[in-house]
Design a protein around this ligand. Structure first.
Ligand code: SME
Length: 161
């Protein structure tokens, strides 16, 4: 049984514990789906004010829904569409304070107000994007982006099989 108790008060410490737990959970495990599933559960459990946390995989140049926690979501997202598709097309993190103001935002859960999407790239190839949604406007700041990028770098070589 995994039992990572993450209850620190400050955000940086929460993220440090998440990164350590994600490392421990995925170390030595080559199965991408298993690793995405556990990390989605970890993030949803440990981060406050989320209504969705999960992955879209790059399947032949299209984003396809992967392991997640939250309400049912749209299954396929073309590159360049919505927040996830923009992250996939540009290979740049997308931090959106209010999704209503993002052109082409794809509404999967009407509760989502702010969103953070980070591409996961291994050896120059997009593997997946990590998507976090919050019901609170401006939930994500620059520190969240930086820690998510670190998480993406940790996960990239562990999501290839
Ligand atoms: N809102 C996303 C779609 C995925 S859901 O939030 C889970 C987007 O615009 O790409």
């Amino acid at each position: 049984m995994y039992d990572f108790r993450i209850d620190a008060a400050d955000k940086a410490e929460v993220w440090r514990q998440i990164l350590a737990a994600a490392d421990a959970l995925t170390d030595g495990e080559p199965d991408a789906i298993a690793n995405m599933a556990n990390v989605a559960a970890l993030l949803f459990d440990a981060l406050p004010e989320l209504n969705w946390a999960g992955f879209y995989r790059n399947v032949g140049g299209e984003l396809v829904l992967g392991p997640f926690q939250g309400k049912m979501a749209c299954i396929r997202i073309p590159f360049g569409k919505g927040v996830c598709g923009t992250a996939a097309a540009t290979l740049a993190p997308q931090r959106v304070d209010d999704v209503a103001a993002f052109p082409g935002h794809i509404a999967c859960d009407s509760a989502s107000v702010s969103e953070l999407v980070v591409p996961i790239v291994d050896d120059g190839r997009l593997i997946a994007v990590l998507d976090l949604d919050s019901p609170r406007a401006s939930r994500f700041d620059a520190a969240d982006v930086a820690f998510c990028v670190s998480l993406a770098q940790l996960l990239a070589p562990r999501l290839t099989r």
